[in-house]
Design a protein around this ligand. Structure first.
Ligand code: EPU
Length: 336
């Protein structure tokens, strides 16, 4: 365990916002974390857990303790004839796990290639892309309770997953530290190529293989989404809003081309990127904060932006989208 005082978080949030926290602690194992919680070498209220920092926006210094779990390890923990159970430490870079599974011919998370962040954060917001959500492959989530240091293990059902949603963002928000995740993957080819033009993009690379799916998705993401090591961003800033069929019908009457997907209970999901583009914000800026020119769902730090700059832009977009479409955009990014 390493403890640092008055520590800069610039390298620990992909927006690249330069704020400091009171204490910053790295823990390399579950035992380390339990020791921290029982011995409390520094105050643990308030506490923020940061993995890859790819879904965070700081608007001011963090007057508390940041815990950065760097628990490593990827291993097969069980298998059947057709399936394999892979356990990965919370500190593993998400895309390294995807690469490992593809290299071992394990099917299930290849559509989630190149999503930034660490394994420990993947169940929290149920990361998803190209027709796959991580919940589809999660078997078990392990961790400890921040208050007691007690170990827990949760099944997929207990995690209450939804679109960019889980129990870790609701009843257990701020109450747990995830230490590892067990994924249930297929040994036999099972592909999900239904999203957009994915199938054609894979076929352009040759036959449909795990490697080609991963490559096609990496190509699409690299073409559309900014690299946070070059331009600060946190991926999708907003969730795609789910609206009532009545509101959607009005929207579609005025905009017959509106892209949309079915959602639960007869509702309709509309891409926030489309709404933002139609409201005129794609590629535009407000001070040092901007809207990415190739994907309007992504807000960017154009250099030296503060968290407040990004929030001002987000608020302006939210207002304009609401005034034009009567739809509230909900933020996906966790604003601190
Ligand atoms: N669109 C526009 N303008 C834009 C962006 C999108 O009109 O600037 C429309 C297009 O019609 C496009 C449709 O929206 O066909 C969907 O766009 P895209 O395939 O890029 O997906 P998305 O719905 O905008 C979601 C995820 C992304 C994920 C992609 C691909 C959310 C909030 N975002 O975006 O996730 O990569 O699907 O599956 O659900 C992330 O969470 O950080 C993230 C990048």
């Amino acid at each position: 365990m390493q403890i640092y005082e008055d520590y800069s978080l610039k390298e620990y949030n992909t927006f690249g916002i330069d704020v400091r926290c009171k204490h910053f602690i790295t823990c390399t194992s579950q035992t380390d974390l339990q020791k921290l919680i029982t011995e409390k070498p520094v105050p643990l209220h308030p506490t923020l857990i940061i993995g890859g920092g790819s879904n965070l926006l700081f608007t001011k210094p963090y007057e508390g303790t940041v815990i950065h779990p760097v628990i490593s390890g990827i291993a097969v923990v069980n298998e059947t004839k057709d399936q394999v159970f892979v356990e990965a430490g919370a500190g593993i870079v998400w895309d390294d796990l995807v690469g490992w599974c593809v290299d071992h011919d394990y099917y299930g998370i290849e559509n989630l290639s190149l999503i930034p962040g660490h394994v420990g954060a993947s169940p929290v917001q149920n990361i998803g892309a190209y027709g796959t959500e991580v919940k589809d492959c999660i078997h078990e989530v392990k961790g400890i309770f921040l208050e007691s240091g007690e170990f827990f293990s949760m099944t997929r059902e207990e995690c209450q997953f939804g679109y960019r949603q889980s129990i870790f963002k609701k009843a257990l928000k701020g109450k747990t530290i995830i230490t590892s995740v067990v994924f249930k993957l297929d040994k036999q080819p099972v592909y999900n190529l239904t999203y957009g033009h994915l199938k054609e993009q894979v076929e352009k690379l040759g036959s449909v293989t795990l490697q080609n799916i991963r490559k096609a998705i990496i190509d699409v993401r690299e073409a559309k989404l900014p690299d946070h090591t070059v331009i600060g961003n946190a991926g999708s800033f907003f969730k795609n809003p789910v609206i009532s069929a009545t509101l959607f019908n009005k929207l579609q009457t005025l905009n017959p081309q509106v892209p949309h997907y079915p959602a639960d209970e007869g509702q309709v999901k509309v891409p926030a990127g489309w709404l933002i583009e139609k409201s005129g914000w794609k590629g535009k800026s407000l001070g040092k904060a901007g809207v990415h020119a190739d994907q309007a769902l992504v807000l960017i730090n154009k250099g030296g932006a503060s968290g407040r700059d990004i929030i001002s832009l987000a608020e302006t977009i939210e207002r304009d989208v609401f005034n034009q479409f009567n739809i509230h955009l909900e933020r996906e990014v966790n604003v601190i």
